[in-house]
Design a protein around this ligand. Structure first.
Ligand code: NAP
Length: 257
């Protein structure tokens, strides 16, 4: 029997790369996103590999429970939960549509929290395979400082990091690891959707493939936090020593054209 990895946001970007990596490692995949056509394409690419497609909008109330129920109907147990789906919105806080910002909080924070809540008890009961069971949460280098012009997004990613690091401690001795991946700018659809394509944020980007590989490797090794790339690592270290008023100013500067 294969262990199962559920990956949200697998229809593109970093999540798509995760799907390939977890498939190669032998996991049965459950892939989740809104774009059914892209999920089906991914399923086709993976050929005979066992893949379950769940089309769900994580910004909708009750999405996490619906996903949990579908997984149970398929008689699957999730050994690995990859909370990857997420998006950002760029602009002055009070100029961005409130409903869109609430949807962002729902996807980046609530869906991630609820999926973890529903699947964790089953993960605890699941037998140990020779490949790990655990949670891989996708945060961002945005977690390390306030982010003017993307205030809600940066704050949402700080939540993901704090929540995940707390779970690491709670889950000691259970065999469940929690890894937080904190990518910096990455070549995906992220900046287009965020309306941030013309900012300095996009000047130096890693590939989604490299970012996912770093996250996957960190997860397999049971690392708490993974910051991929030398530039992102130095920025993360720097943010520990500078006053938050200064790191907020730097983030504001980088968000400009
Ligand atoms: N790219 C970067 O520079 C960067 C940097 C740091 C962290 N991150 C984080 O990395 C993660 C992946 O983003 P990405 O860069 O790969 O961006 P992406 O290419 O835009 O992919 C986002 C994924 O999330 C899914 N998604 C978005 N809204 C959703 C919703 N309402 N319901 C269900 N699925 C939804 C999308 O699928 P559908 O559109 O098909 O629903 C897509 O599969 C995010 O958490 C992001 O915050 C990205």
């Amino acid at each position: 029997m294969r262990p199962t990895a559920l990956i949200t946001g697998a229809s593109g970007g970093i999540g798509y790369e995760f799907a390939h990596l977890f498939a190669k490692a032998g996991y049965h995949l459950i892939i989740v996103a809104r774009s059914e056509d892209k999920l089906r394409e991914l399923q086709d690419e993976l050929g005979d590999h066992p893949v379950t497609v769940i089309v769900e909008d994580l910004s909708k109330q009750g999405a996490a429970k619906r996903i949990y129920d579908v997984v149970h109907r398929h008689e699957l147990t999730v050994e690995v939960l990859v909370n990857n789906a997420g998006f950002g919105l760029n602009g002055d806080f009070d100029s961005i549509n409130l409903k869109e910002q609430q949807d962002m909080l729902q996807v980046n924070i609530n869906a991630l929290t609820e999926l973890t809540y529903y699947f964790l008890p089953d993960m605890k009961k699941a037998p140990l395979f020779d490949i790990p069971k655990g949670i891989l949460n996708i945060s961002s280098t945005a977690a390390f400082q306030p982010g003017p012009k993307m205030a809600v997004y940066y704050a949402s990613k700080a939540y993901v990091l704090s929540f995940s690091e707390a779970l690491v401690e709670e889950l000691q001795g259970t065999g469940i690891t929690v890894t937080t991946l904190c990518p910096g700018a990455t070549e995906t659809n992220f900046f287009k959707r965020a309306n941030a394509e013309n900012t300095k944020l996009t000047k130096s980007q890693m590939t989604a493939d490299d970012v996912a590989k770093a996250g996957f490797l960190g997860f397999v090794k049971g690392k708490r936090v993974v910051v991929p790339g030398a530039l992102n690592t130095s920025a993360a270290v720097m943010s520990k020593f500078l006053p938050r008023s200064t790191t907020a100013k730097i983030a504001h500067y980088i968000d400009k054209e």
